[in-house]
Design a protein around this ligand. Structure first.
Ligand code: MG
Length: 258
């Protein structure tokens, strides 16, 4: 039997940044020791080490309305080609870090659980047939959105761009078929979104081809592939979990902004 795919986490250890091999919530050892039997001497767990986002992107590309049922709940037409937008890298936070509710400008903040594609090497104008060779792996993201500002502005930079509005992690899994993975979002333990990545309107090769026709994608850049139906509001004090089969659980509390 093949072992379960192992994830790669990025974390602080003795005040330095490291990449480690993860099973469950245990960091078994450093990536450079991958071939050693790590099982019996974990460095620590997600609770005892300071996790960092598992990637250091220069560009965070997101896809809007890429699940039919979500497009319907937003009362939006089905797109005829992928709809892309960006989040700033300053919105990135790690598993466990707090989403700050920007109550000084917004009163409607929504979660959006999403599968994120991690780019492995620079690509530009890639045909869909060759796109997967530029993928390093997959992680989980929450495309946190100030829905009131998104609707008010008519474009999405402000509603999607707040600091802490892009939780990503906890790990990157490299050896994973993304075609049909269960994706679930829970708020305080209650299921709010439940779908499968097979329901994506535009698949990953198509997304990479479409985006790279516009901009160069570089190592560690991520593509948030869109969210299923069931988006809804959160409040300070809530805890959001996004779980994707084969990757794990991304958990972030929401705290009141000062
Ligand atoms: Mg989204």
């Amino acid at each position: 039997m093949n072992p379960a795919p192992r994830g790669i986490a990025r974390f602080l250890w003795h005040n330095e940044m490291h990449y480690g091999v993860v099973e469950g919530d245990r960091i078994l050892g450093l990536v450079e020791d991958y071939d050693v039997d790590l099982t019996n001497h974990p460095i620590g767990t997600f609770d005892t080490l300071r996790l960092l986002p598992p990637v250091e992107p220069r560009t965070i590309v997101c896809i809007g309305r890429n699940y039919r049922e979500h497009a319907a709940e937003m009362e939006a037409d089905l797109p005829t080609e992928p709809l892309i937008f960006l989040k700033p890298v300053t919105s990135l936070i790690a598993h466990g870090e707090a989403i700050v509710y920007p109550s000084w400008v917004s009163s409607t903040v929504h979660y959006e659980g999403e599968l994120a594609v991690v780019i492995g090497q620079t690509c530009y104008r890639v045909p869909a047939s060759e796109a997967m060779r530029y993928v390093r792996g997959y992680t989980i993201a929450n495309d946190v959105t100030a829905r009131d500002l998104q609707r008010k502005d008519g474009q999405w930079t402000r509603g999607k761009g707040f600091n802490t509005f892009c939780p990503v992690g906890p790990v990157v899994v490299e050896d994973l078929d993304p075609a049909d993975l269960a994706i679930t979002t829970r708020v305080n333990g209650a299921v709010r979104q439940q779908s499968r990545t097979s329901q994506l309107i535009f698949d990953i090769p198509r997304l990479i081809s479409h985006i790279s026709a516009v901009m160069t994608l570089q190592e560690d850049d991520i593509i948030l592939t869109g969210t299923p139906a069931g988006v809804g509001p959160v409040q300070p004090g809530d805890v959001i979990e996004v779980e994707i089969e084969g990757i794990g659980v991304l958990r972030n509390p929401v705290v009141a902004g000062e």
